[in-house]
Design a binder for this molecule. Structure first.
Ligand code: COA
Length: 193
């Protein structure tokens, strides 16, 4: 799992060094706090919500763990969790194709634009592909321009808008990407918010 990033460290733009690995239960509180930082209160998960999604039978969580002095002011990034992704395999669409789902993707503000989000998404897509998913989907808020640009850059396309998806107040974009057997591996889109 975690594709090419497992066991090795990745650098992007020569600045942040990190590795992707599976989440450990003791890290739950760290991940939940990160989620509070990454999302507005309207969108951030409560502890039970995050735990619920992470514990779903086909769900998995990967973290990016820092390996250098680059990020942050409290002793650098070594050993620090810089981001995480929760994904779920096994959703079936109307056409019976297996669809993976990105539940959430969070990167701490200090290391954004350093490739951490890209590495987490790529590792999750590889794992979803291994689980038989042909496509990946997610939801993101219509006003989250950073996420929309990020996912479009990763090959996701906007499938539709869901009015009032968030608390009946904020619309969501459903984004989708084909990752399957057409040879177009890990092409472009989705999250629960
Ligand atoms: C969206 C998010 C996960 C991106 O993570 P990241 O580690 O900064 O992403 P990367 O560094 O891998 O970015 C890869 C590319 O995506 C695009 N991108 C990422 N953030 C962008 C931004 N704020 N504006 C425009 N393009 C952006 C760029 O093309 C970028 O490549 P570049 O830096 O070489 O130009 C991060 O901003 C985040 O955690 N945001 C808050 C939580 C959130 O919105 N999650 C997604 C909700 S669905």
């Amino acid at each position: 799992m975690a594709g090419a990033f497992r066991g090795g460290f990745t650098r992007y733009n020569g600045c942040v060094s990190f590795r992707i690995r599976p989440f450990q239960q003791a890290e739950f509180e760290t991940l939940w706090r990160m989620d509070q930082v990454c999302f507005d209160p309207q969108l951030a998960y409560s502890r039970p919500e995050l735990a619920f999604y992470m514990r779903r039978p086909a769900a998995f969580t990967l973290v990016a763990e820092g390996d250098g002095p680059e990020a942050g002011t409290n002793g650098g990034s070594a050993g620090r969790i810089l981001g995480f992704i929760v994904a779920e395999a096994g959703r079936k669409t109307k056409t019976k194709t297996k669809t993976g789902h990105i539940i959430t993707l969070d990167v701490v503000p200090e290391v954004r634009r350093s490739g951490v989000g890209s590495a987490l998404l790529h590792a999750a897509e590889e794992q979803l592909l291994g689980a038989g998913a042909a496509t990946v989907e997610l939801e993101t808020a219509v006003n989250n321009m950073a996420a929309i640009r990020f996912y479009k850059q990763k090959g996701y396309f906007v499938e539709k808008t869901v009015p009032g998806y968030y608390s009946n107040q904020l619309d969501a974009l459903v984004m989708r990407k084909a990752i399957g057997s057409s040879g177009d591996r890990v092409i472009g889109s989705s999250k629960d918010r």
